[in-house]
Design a protein around this ligand. Sequence first.
Ligand code: ADP
Ligand code: MG
Length: 251
Amino acid sequence: MAILEIDNVNKSFGGLRALWEVNLKVDEGAVHAIIGPNGAGKSTLLNCLVGRLAPDTGKVTFEGREVLGHKPYEINQMGIARVFQTPEIFEDLTLLDNVMIPAMAKKDGAFKLNAWRRVSARKDVREEAEHILEDVGLADQRHLVCSSLSRGDKRRLEMAMCLIQHPKLLLLDEPTAGMSRADTNATIDLLKKIGERGITKIIIEHDMHVVFSLASRISVLARGTFIAEGTPDEIKGDPKVQEAYLGGAQA
Ligand code: ADP
Ligand code: MG
């Protein structure tokens, strides 16, 4: 059953058609990868799903509810969380604080310092944050300030910040971008572990090793529209996909 349905979404920036008649169904429990050359519109699509951008036309439903027109925090409260292409964390706070904040933000709708101070005193939230940091392999560093973290660890921290919100749908925009092979493999393992929690995932990824390690379904976006969809095996052999990549230079 589809948990998310994208129906005929269009988005232009001035004269540039970034998304054009985009349709997608994501099944509950799937790891659905969206691949495609740079500039294909992948991040634009995610931005539309989380309310950061308003499509010109189209419809998006999550668990049967309309998503478009809602504010990012409202969409987040519906159960959609996102790991951004560039980590968005509070650099001057500790890892533990960073994981505790979204737990409160989800309840209150927006981050409020006073609310956060209250939550920082709450033992249950702290314990859950500690558990999640352990799950993502950052327990030892929980009292460090985030600015000292490696890029790979910042990504892991962001995933912890998502997991504490108990999302039903997790959106990941190039979760391994700029990572070493070791960090990339650790991220694959982590995402597999998260998979055991039954969270549906949409993953945008340029690293085919990551895509083929994780995805149950793959959709290929090129020049703002989906040109192919299938299982990993079907996509591997699809000439349209090869052409889109060769024509689009870097993947
Ligand atoms: P991808 O994530 O697949 O690499 P993007 O969604 O970032 O692609 O971009 C799709 C196209 O839309 C690109 O041509 C990009 O330059 C353009 N674009 C993205 N965001 C904006 C924006 N805010 N204003 C103008 N053009 C944009
Ligand atoms: Mg992008």
